[in-house]
Design a protein around this ligand. Structure first.
Ligand SMILES: *Cc1c(COP(=O)(O)O)cnc(C)c1O
Length: 435
């Protein structure tokens, strides 16, 4: 698989280069030059395969020239070692639980696959790979747990003091080994600014092999296609062939992967991009005008994105044709008030307690159905995180219903460690140079 940049269609890089660069110099995004088709025989019999088998089939269709079959199989078996069940809530409504990985969020799919691909490409004796990542919560945990214990790698995570939830903080600060957490006296934007300055710094680049683990890395996108295929398989097994997916969206990587799966040959009827009031994409699909804006803080804070970085990938998949996008993608926005209503309604009607991001995807299905009463497709809304990661949002009676998973209880007894830094770059640079 060769890749080009969305800012330069003539550029050609290998998958390995795209993984380590994360982003082309021209600040575009890497995209595959060719999107191969999965064979129809595989799609028609997909219900006979397991998640790792489906993942291998999809990944090898894209990456067969980059990673030999046995190695790719091993990467997938090690990375995707947890379930992604589509739980039936009523005859035609399913919730796809993507939070059964170590960090309890769907970002485990991307982060675990990416970390293993990076470790695979790092040859023996090569310089240590230094991964820098700024997080507002979920990304840091997934990346930390993804790289934990991987040889020849070191991860530095910057997170804003007092702005991540208690469970998120445990996931960032209890790892030890090759993971270090830095608590920054500032905001997420300050953390991101520090990381960006580090990547631009000559002295740091001369001394360290720096790489970024952010969500635009192409190796995070590919594994997120796996669960769309696998869900389609689970529904097909139950005789449901018409499927729509509702995806809670922030940077649009998750739904971007769904649309990549569609282009690879997955027969999905419709995608719904569900956002909070950070609604750049729903506004664009209504008006045709793409206008980013500064992000607004909401209950579904992992989707507080005013300039969704993966949107250019989606436009590229559809050759910049807005009408073509609109045939496949519907988009709705919801306020915090509606999000709370969605959480309560899901509990009342379907006896399911969901995180705020997930509740928005549920509301989007309700809205789609009210606007499209003749569409009898089965609807799947993606649950991107376990409810326990966002404890402040739930009314007491609902909070009491949330079960804390075993892996979180285990973290509670571990010692926490974070280094403290301010927002000045010289301080961060000095910290990195100390090694
Ligand atoms: C990251 C995240 C999202 C947004 O996913 P994108 O791929 O950025 O659209 C939604 N929900 C949760 C819980 C997340 O952590």
């Amino acid at each position: 698989m060769k890749l080009y940049s969305t800012n330069n269609k003539d550029l050609r890089v290998s998958f390995k280069e795209a993984v380590f660069n994360s982003m082309p110099q021209d600040k575009g995004l890497y995209m595959p030059v060719e999107i191969p088709q999965l064979d129809t025989d595989f799609i028609e019999n997909i219900e006979k395969y397991s998640l790792p088998e489906i993942a291998y089939k999809v990944a090898s269709t894209l990456l067969k020239d980059e990673i030999p079959a046995e190695d790719l199989k091993a990467i997938i078996e090690d990375a995707i070692n947890f379930e992604a069940p589509a739980v039936k809530l009523d005859d035609k409504t399913f919730v796809l639980e993507l939070f059964h990985g170590p960090s309890l969020a769907f970002k485990d799919f991307g982060a675990r696959f990416m970390s293993r691909v990076m470790a695979y490409f790092l040859k023996d004796g090569e310089q240590l790979l230094d991964v820098l990542v700024a997080t507002s919560g979920d990304t840091g945990g997934a990346v930390a747990l993804g790289f934990l214990g991987l040889p020849n790698t070191r991860v530095t995570i910057l997170y804003p003091e007092g702005k991540v939830s208690p469970i998120q903080e445990l996931q960032l600060t209890t790892n030890g080994e090759n993971i270090r957490a830095v608590e920054v006296k500032g905001t997420f934007d300050d953390c991101q600014a520090l990381v960006k300055q580090a990547f631009a710094d000559d002295e740091l680049n001369a001394k360290f092999r720096l790489t970024s683990a952010n969500s635009i890395n192409i190796s995070r996108l590919i594994p997120q296609t796996f669960y769309y295929f696998n869900t389609y398989a689970q529904l097909k097994k139950q005789g449901l062939n018409d499927v729509i997916f509702s995806v809670p969206s922030g940077n649009f990587g998750n739904i971007g992967a769904g649309l990549l799966a569609y282009k690879l040959g997955l027969p999905v009827k419709q995608f719904i991009a569900a956002t909070n009031v950070n609604d750049t994409v729903p506004r664009f699909l209504e008006s045709g005008v793409y206008e980013t804006k500064p992000s607004t803080q909401t209950y579904s804070n992992a989707m507080d994105v005013g300039a969704p970085s993966n949107w250019v990938r989606i436009m590229d998949l559809f050759d910049q044709d807005v009408e073509a996008v609109k045939k496949v993608v519907t988009s709705y926005r919801f306020t915090d008030e509606e999000t709370l209503r969605g959480i309560k309604e899901l509990d009342n009607k379907l006896n399911y307690v969901a995180c705020p991001h997930t509740a928005i995807a549920y509301l989007a299905i309700e809205k789609y159905r009210s606007e499209n009463p003749s569409d009898e497709s089965a609807a799947v809304f993606l649950s991107t995180a376990h409810a326990c990661k966002f404890p402040d949002i739930f009314p007491a009676d609902l909070a009491a219903k949330i079960e804390i998973p075993e892996q979180v209880k285990a973290l509670e007894s571990k010692p926490k460690h974070a280094d403290q830094l301010g927002t000045d770059f010289e301080g961060f640079k000095g910290y990195l140079l100390k090694g």
